[in-house]
Write a protein that binds this ligand. Structure first.
Ligand SMILES: O=c1ccn([C@@H]2O[C@H](COP(=O)(O)O)[C@@H](O)[C@H]2O)c(=O)[nH]1
Length: 267
């Protein structure tokens, strides 16, 4: 197996001709009722979603928030193993980082996943236990897709830079192992473009297309570095067939394929 996460991701993107990241956020209030009979309904749901979407998935992105309880961790472990069985990398959207000893503990999450999202707010030493895992990918939150993303990230520093621009510059410095990418949302296409100009070599994870209504063209045009990057949709894929009972997974497969084709127009 290739030792470099972004090389492995490039191989996967080439193999399925797709930059789609399928977000596995199995909101218990939206999972089809007929799956309640299973021991782990979230895992039963994800397994069916993976079966239906893997041909179009450059990666799976489970968000840790949907698994942080006893059964949830079991469902997540099963999900990751199953995705790996289909040869699809898994990016755990955990948005972690803390002081040193706590971060070292958090970094154990990378024993299971291929890549992780990190919060840069605590600075370099908080990220080090993840950055030093040279074979794993690390996506640093830069300009997030939510409406309040501007509250802190757009603040202007004394240097004239915005906070998110400073984060992008730091991430470039932190990339000594070639394993760093950025999270930049599709809902702010101008920022996407300007961050891409600033750091031409860092792949982006671009969330916010689909349910958040972000700009798919900008996501692809600016999200990829030398053809490598990810455009994520979670609810727009996994709940595309919410009203279709047992056919929910088929609808998810169709939604993933549609998004792949739409994004490929701009690659
Ligand atoms: O800036 C960010 C960072 C992370 N996310 C996460 O991506 C998915 C998006 O889900 P959708 O259903 O496609 O809106 C979700 O897990 C978010 O927590 C983000 O949206 N924006």
């Amino acid at each position: 197996m290739n030792e470099d996460f972004f090389d492995r991701l490039r191989d996967r993107i080439d193999r399925v001709d797709s930059v789609v990241s399928v977000g596995l956020d199995p909101d218990p209030t939206r999972i089809p009722e007929h799956l309640d009979e299973y021991d782990l309904p979230r895992w039963a749901f994800n397994r069916r979603i993976i079966d239906a979407t893997h041909e179009h998935a450059a990666c799976y992105k489970p968000n840790a928030a949907f698994y942080e309880d006893g059964d949830g961790w079991r469902a997540l472990r099963e999900t990751i193993a199953y995705a790996h069985g289909k040869d699809v990398p898994v990016l755990l959207d955990a948005k972690r980082a803390d002081i040193g000893n706590t971060s070292r503990q958090y970094a154990k999450l990378l024993d299971h996943a291929d890549a992780i999202t990190l919060n840069p707010y605590l600075g370099r030493d908080s990220l080090e236990p993840f950055l030093s895992r040279a074979d794993k990918g690390v996506f640093v939150l830069c300009r997030t897709s939510n409406p309040g993303g501007s509250d802190v990230q757009d603040l202007e520093l004394a240097s004239g830079d915005r906070v998110y621009e400073r984060v992008a510059a730091l991430a470039d410095l932190w990339n000594r192992n070639g394993n760093v990418g950025l999270v930049v949302g599709a809902t702010t296409p101008e920022e996407l473009e300007s961050v891409r100009e600033q750091v031409p070599d860092l792949p982006f994870l671009v969330p916010g297309v689909g349910a958040q209504g972000g700009d798919a063209e900008a996501a692809v045009t600016h999200g990829l570095a030398d053809g490598v990057g990810l455009v994520n949709s979670s609810r727009g894929i996994i709940f595309a067939g919410e009203d279709r009972g047992a056919a929910f997974a088929k609808a998810a497969g169709e939604a993933a394929k549609r998004l792949k084709k739409r994004l490929n127009r701009y690659r």
